[in-house]
Design a protein around this ligand. Structure first.
Ligand code: AHG
Ligand code: MN
Ligand code: MN
Length: 311
């Protein structure tokens, strides 16, 4: 029986995969360093979960909300990377300068997506985008890489630097090893993941959802954007939508922190992402916390949504 290190040498780990893909060295190192924060955030989730550690740590300090502590873990990691000039997070009101502000990249984070699900033991995640220029110039003009980490029964990480979309799993040795390369969606799938209250939907959206139901789509919605998107990628098709609501015309999800990175990953996997009319990655953000309706997944379902919404 090969010993563990021999057994894993046949695996492609994250750094080797990015090197083979010819990704620029600083970007490779940055992606890897961010992937490593997943281990720290995961242990924070374990430690902070009220079922395990109570509401205070052993020093009696007030436990920071997990969103905030995850945000701090990421920021500290970026400070020592040397590659990042600015950092923007869903947990902060403004973009902050990192170090001397001389790094090549700007990083955006939803440090903990689905934090309201922590005590239900459902999967949650971290969503990251890496930009070359100002994040307010618009998705595909500045976005060079995106990734997310899913904290579920396994810790998995999906990334793309424009070289396709790939999944890695954190193994017992703490390495991210390749589990699925070049994830490619089919033309259509058979699952739909739908947010918002039915009574708040517009008529066009309601008609679209009724069409999917008439086609026999199966409902798969956890309330966590990361696992809900992850299942569409891993099942190779389907649709996730958090639409315009009568009460919230811009929907709920955040363009910069959640939708742009997921749109990048989905397009690299042969899928699509739109706000119902235009491509998510073509939308010029006007504000850091801008929200946006979203239809994201395999082409057939996204195109159908545009037809029902009258593109
Ligand atoms: P976050 O925890 O980062 O605020 O994100 C929560 C989001 C997203 O994860 C999910 O798709 C959506 O909230 C679910 O909203 P509802 O609870 O309205 O379904
Ligand atoms: Mn979120
Ligand atoms: Mn969040």
């Amino acid at each position: 029986m090969e010993n563990i290190s021999d057994a894993t040498k046949h695996f492609i780990d994250l750094r080797r995969h990015m090197w083979i893909a010819g990704i620029e060295v600083d970007l490779r190192r940055l992606i890897w360093q961010i992937a490593v924060t997943g281990k720290y955030i995961s242990s924070k989730i374990q430690e902070s979960n009220r079922k395990l550690a109570g509401l205070e740590n052993i020093y009696g300090e007030e436990q920071l909300a997990l969103d905030m502590s995850s945000d701090q873990i990421i920021k500290h990691q970026l400070e020592f990377s040397g590659f990042v000039s600015h950092y923007a997070s869903e947990e902060r009101d403004s973009i902050i300068q990192i170090g001397g502000g001389k790094g090549k990249y700007i990083v955006t984070a939803d440090p903990l997506d689905g934090s309201s699900l922590v005590n239900t033991n459902l999967a949650i995640g971290t969503i990251i985008a890496i930009h070359r220029e100002s994040i307010l110039t618009g998705g595909d003009k500045s976005l060079v890489a995106a990734m997310y980490i899913t904290y579920g029964p396994l810790i998995t990480m999906i990334y793309s630097a424009g070289n396709g979309t790939h999944e890695f799993v954190l193994n017992r040795e703490g390495e991210y090893v390749l589990s699925e390369e070049n994830i490619t969606l089919g033309e259509r799938g058979d699952i739909y993941s739908i947010g918002g209250l039915r009574r708040d939907w517009t008529q066009g959206h309601l008609d679209y959802i009724r069409y999917l139901e008439s086609e026999g789509y199966k409902l798969r919605y956890s309330g966590g954007f990361v696992p809900d998107i992850n299942q569409i990628l891993i099942k190779k098709g389907g649709i996730f939508t958090y639409p315009t609501l009568k009460s919230h015309p811009n929907g709920k999800l955040r363009l910069i922190f959640e939708l742009q990175p997921m749109a990048f990953l989905m397009e690299q996997a042969g899928g699509m992402a739109t706000d119902g009319r235009q491509r998510i990655l073509s939308i010029q953000p006007k504000a850091l916390d801008q929200r946006c309706p979203v239809y994201i997944g395999s082409k057939y379902e996204v195109e159908k949504a545009k037809a029902f919404l009258g593109d």
